[in-house]
Design a protein around this ligand. Structure first.
Ligand code: SAM
Length: 280
C-alpha cells in the first residue's frame, strides 16, 4: 500500500468527488429519518495543505485553491461545500482541507451515524485520533470491502456508502463489482463509487459490468479536465451513483458545467452525466 491521499487532497478530483457526496447527503437530510454514512476507504479525515506531501505535488492549487480564489458569484449548489472548507480555516486562508469523513461529519445530525474503514495502519491512527470521543463515528482498521460485509445492512437503515479506493491494484474495478454485487444483496442503499478517468477502455468495461448487476437506477458523471488521450496521470474524475436520490441528476446538471468552467483552465475539458434505468 503505497498510496497516501495527503499528496492529492483538495485536487480537482477531490473537489468533484466531495461536491457529489455533499449533494447526496443533502438529499438524505431533507427527510427527518436518521441515516448512516459508510466510508470504505476513509483516508485520514483532514489534510494539511502546507505539509511536505501536499506541497510536493501542489495538486490542490488547481482544485480547491482555484475554487476558493474565484471572486464573485459561486454556484449555489456548492454552498455547503465551501462553508465546510472555510469552517476549517482561518479567515481568507487555506491550510486545511477536509477529507470525506470530515465533510460528512459536518453535516450529520445527532441521530445520524458514520462508519469509517481505513486499511493503512498509519492513516488509520490519524483517522482514529481525528474522531476520538465522537460517539457518532465508528473508526475501523479494516479492508473496506470486507467492512461492507460486516456493516450492511446498517443501522439506521437509510444511508449511503462511499467507495473511494486508490486504484493501486489493477483488479480494483473487478473488486468493486464483486463487492457491490454482494452489498446490494444485503442492502439497497445509495452507493457512490469514485473512479479515475485514465483508461477509457477499462472504464467502458466497468460500466458494462455495472449494468449486468440489474441496478434499478444508475447515474454516471465525470468532470474531465483533459481529453481521454492526454498523457497525464489523471485526465478526469468520475463518480458512479447507484440508486441516486431524487433530483440529484438535475442538481448535477446545474453544477457540473459551472464547476468545469471554474476548474478547466486550459479549456480542454468536458463533463459527462448519464442516467441508466433498468427495465426490470
Ligand atoms: N475517501 C477519502 C476522502 O475523500 O477524503 C480519500 C480516500 S483515498 C482515495 C483511499 C484510501 O484508501 C487511502 O487512505 C488508503 O490508505 C485506503 N485503502 C487502500 N486500500 C484499502 C482497503 N482495501 N480498505 C480500506 N482502505 C484502503
Amino acid at each position: 500500500m503505497n498510496y497516501r491521499h495527503a499528496f492529492h487532497a483538495g485536487n480537482f478530483a477531490d473537489v468533484f468527488k466531495h461536491i457529489c457526496l455533499i449533494l447526496v447527503i443533502e438529499s438524505l437530510l431533507a427527510k427527518e429519518k436518521p441515516f448512516c454514512y459508510i466510508d470504505t476507504h476513509a483516508g485520514i479525515g483532514k489534510y494539511d495543505l502546507t505539509s511536505i506531501q501536499a506541497k510536493k505535488t501542489g495538486e490542490f492549487a488547481a482544485g480547491i485553491g482555484t475554487l476558493m480564489a474565484i471572486k464573485g458569484k459561486k454556484p449555489t449548489e456548492i454552498k455547503h461545500y465551501l462553508q465546510i472548507v472555510k469552517s476549517m480555516n482561518k479567515e481568507n486562508s487555506l491550510k486545511y482541507y477536509p477529507g470525506s469523513p470530515r465533510i460528512v461529519r459536518a453535516l450529520l445530525r445527532p441521530e445520524d451515524k458514520m462508519i469509517l474503514t481505513e486499511l493503512h495502519p498509519a492513516d488509520y491512527q490519524l483517522l482514529k485520533e481525528e474522531f476520538k470521543y465522537d460517539p457518532q463515528v465508528g473508526v475501523h482498521l479494516q479492508n473496506g470491502y470486507q467492512g461492507l460485509k460486516a456493516f450492511l445492512p446498517p443501522t439506521p437503515r437509510r444511508g449511503v456508502v462511499l467507495i473511494d479506493p486508490p486504484y493501486e491494484d489493477k483488479n480494483e474495478f473487478d473488486e468493486i463489482i464483486k463487492s457491490l454485487q454482494m452489498a446490494l444483496m444485503r442492502w439497497q442503499g445509495i452507493y457512490l463509487i469514485w473512479y479515475p478517468v485514465k483508461n477509457r477502455i477499462q472504464i467502458n468495461q466497468f460500466e458494462r459490468n455495472l449494468k449486468k448487476l440489474s441496478l434499478k437506477n444508475l447515474l454516471i458523471c465525470e468532470l474531465n479536465l483533459f481529453p481521454d488521450d492526454a498523457p497525464f496521470a489523471l485526465n478526469g474524475s468520475g463518480m458512479v451513483i447507484v440508486n441516486p436520490p431524487w433530483k440529484l441528476q438535475e442538481k448535477l446538471n446545474e453544477v457540473l458545467p459551472q464547476l468545469l468552467n471554474i476548474l478547466d483552465s486550459e479549456n480542454r475539458g468536458n463533463y459527462r452525466l448519464e442516467s441508466f434505468t433498468s427495465k426490470m
